[in-house]
Design a binder for this molecule. Structure first.
Ligand code: AMP
Ligand code: GLY
Length: 414
């Protein structure tokens, strides 16, 4: 069957690779794909948000299954349009993707259905928001409501910082029309629990942990993710069962009850707090870079899994027992400004998986073309071995403008 993957990052490279292991996916297209994906799929020059062009492509190339990677494509209703045309697609409708796009929607749903999450209130008025913050304790968590590419969350340590942030978000409309969710500050280990969801039928993937800060010891600015690993020794089977029952299944059921059934990957960004596991955020898609360490462990046929979800049937999965750990190579300066076009050599010597995130081919050579450039993913019987292997293999990659964290997985070794 012909399969189309929408997106162009490391996540989509991992999805394409999982599909390439299936005997059922005879032809894989990626729109727009990247230089790494091009080794496994035919890349077509259509952007992830060019919905009509994607529909047209799927129809004219007998695409029987489309898998959506990025949130941006969901937000412009790619799933709704494909379904209108009778095309099979893996991903949530625009209405269901609100669970990621609107923090207020996600919060209201959680309160209504008794899903554990931080206490919160939503404001559009600056003075009212300030009065709420003054009544509460510090630090306080301020989240701009809407898609802000991960930049809309500020943890304010002082009243001055809270005030300046709320001014930005509500008065200067720096991010657009202002609405802010103010949340109780939670502490504990964060982890990501992704589930395949088809209405109320859900199936978990192995839990993973992202590393959002740019530098070792979780220092520096927030990024799109500098590395990830699976499994997590501090998440017990009891924790997992609790999160599945009281968070993931409950939310899947709630979405059905609300008339916006979810289809695709529901990503729970969870925290193991002293008062139990609570929700930090939901995403309506595969996490990045979690997908790059989770999907290599998928033993089931990826076409079967995605197709079951697209057909609203119960997905079932099998996973290897291996620990998997990925280290991101990013352009120096990222997540701030950075230069592109640096030649990358030595990838052929790497005895581990490499998923491309921001690369290009220039005069036959592989060059950097984004903030996050690639992720090197190693699998081994233990996390420690996986970390050592990833570190060793990454040393084969030569490029003048890359940096990476050396402490991925550190929380698992404490
Ligand atoms: P979000 O965009 O909602 O995932 O938030 C980005 C990051 O801010 C999260 O990964 C957490 O590290 C942190 N964060 C968000 N909400 C809270 C909270 N209520 N308490 C503590 N940290 C939080
Ligand atoms: N790893 C966090 C995300 O995908 O949003």
């Amino acid at each position: 069957m012909n399969v189309l993957v929408i997106g162009s990052g490391g996540r989509e490279h991992a999805i394409v690779e999982a599909l390439s292991r299936s005997s059922k996916a005879t032809k894989i297209y990626a729109a727009p794909g990247n230089a790494g994906i091009a080794e496994l799929a035919e890349c077509v020059a259509i952007k992830d948000t060019e919905v009509e062009k994607l529909v047209e492509f799927a129809k004219s190339h007998d695409v029987e299954l489309t898998v959506v990677g990025p949130e941006a494509a969901l937000a412009v209703g790619v799933v709704d349009r494909f379904r209108e045309e009778g095309l099979k697609i893996f991903g949530p409708t625009k209405a269901a993707a609100e669970i990621e796009a609107s923090k207020d929607f996600a919060k209201r749903l959680m309160v209504k259905y008794d899903v554990p999450t931080a206490a919160y209130a939503t404001f559009t008025d600056f003075e009212e928001a300030m009065a709420y913050v003054r009544k509460g304790s510090l630090p306080t968590v301020l989240k701009y409501d809407g898609l802000a590419a991960g930049k809309g969350v500020v943890i304010a340590e002082t009243m001055e910082e809270a005030e300046a942030t709320l001014r930005d978000m509500l008065l200067d409309t720096k991010f657009g029309e202002g609405r802010v969710v103010i949340e109780e500050f939670l502490t504990g280990e964060e982890f990501s629990l992704m589930c395949f969801v088809a209405g109320n039928k859900i199936c978990p993937m192995p839990v993973a942990q992202d590393h959002k800060r740019a530098y070792d010891n979780d220092e520096g600015p927030n990024t799109g993710g500098m590395g990830a690993y699976t499994e997590l020794p501090f998440i017990t089977p009891e924790d997992h069962a609790y999160a599945m029952e009281n968070i993931m299944q409950r939310v899947a059921d709630a979405m059905v009850a609300e008339g916006v059934p979810f289809t695709g990957v529901l990503y729970g960004g969870l925290m193991k707090t002293p008062n139990g596991i609570k929700v930090i955020e939901f995403n309506a898609r595969f996490g990045d870079p979690e997908t790059e360490v989770v999907l290599p462990r998928l033993k089931s046929d990826a076409v079967d899994v995605f197709m079951a979800v697209a057909n609203n049937e119960q997905p079932t999965t099998e996973w290897t027992d291996e620990a998997t750990l990925g280290i991101v190579l990013a352009s120096k300066g990222y997540p701030g400004s950075y230069d592109k076009g640096f030649v990358i050599r030595g990838t052929e010597r790497v005895d581990a998986k490499i998923y491309h995130m921001g690369t290009a081919r220039k005069d036959g050579e592989l060059v950097t073309a984004g903030g996050r450039v690639m992720i090197v993913v190693a699998s081994a019987p233990s996390l420690e071995e996986a970390l050592n292997k990833a570190r060793k293999e990454i040393a084969n990659i030569e490029c003048d403008n890359l940096f990476h964290r050396t402490d991925i997985g550190a929380k698992a070794f404490r």
